[in-house]
Design a binder for this molecule. Structure first.
Ligand SMILES: [Zn+2]
Length: 178
């Protein structure tokens, strides 16, 4: 087997921003420099995501207002999806709408039934500037939509309404980080 570097192996685990941090609420900027700094950021994001046992992480969750996310996420058929996207665009989100449990490393310990499309297609670039297209269904489609929301300054709680929204916001108020 050819030797391949494990993503995040050389990265630094960074503190994760939580709900209330402004950087989570502002749209991130497009990446314009595809250099070593970007590669280092992606490495740090993988290291941080794995340390926190997450399946996806957006750059503003480590305090960088840039349009980048990483993922290591299974779909509903247990196929593993691993990668990163720079300057992603959510090209398609369709199929049935499914309400499923969703959480976020920026609201640690909480989750709520959140509606998402069952299929999503994201296009963007790799750290070296190569075009990339990622297609996902099920749990992975949820992840792709969740990370795209982050980069626009959104959070899954924005997609809740009524009782579900009130319940999770009460839990936020009681949370040690809230
Ligand atoms: Zn999140």
């Amino acid at each position: 087997m050819p030797h391949r570097t494990i993503p995040g192996a050389r990265g630094r685990v960074r503190p994760i921003t939580v709900l209330g941090d402004r950087v989570l609420r502002e749209p991130c900027r497009d990446v314009t420099e595809f250099g070593p700094e970007l590669a280092r950021l992606v490495e740090d994001m993988f290291a941080t995501m794995y340390a926190a046992r997450g399946v996806g992480l957006a750059a503003n969750q480590v305090g960088e207002p840039l349009r980048v996310f990483v993922y290591d996420c299974p779909d509903d058929e247990d196929v593993r999806h691993l990668g990163h996207v720079v300057n992603p665009r959510l090209l398609e989100a369709d199929g049935v709408v499914i309400r499923g449990p969703e959480g976020c490393l920026s609201l640690p310990g909480l989750e709520a039934g959140t509606e998402r499309f069952d299929r999503a297609v994201v296009e963007g670039f790799t750290v070296s500037g190569e075009p990339v297209r990622v297609e996902g269904t099920g749990w992975f489609a949820r992840c792709l939509q969740h990370e795209c929301d982050h980069l626009a300054g959104g959070l899954y709680v924005d997609r809740l309404s009524g009782r579900r929204h009130r319940r999770v916001m009460r839990q936020v108020a009681r949370a040690p980080w809230g």
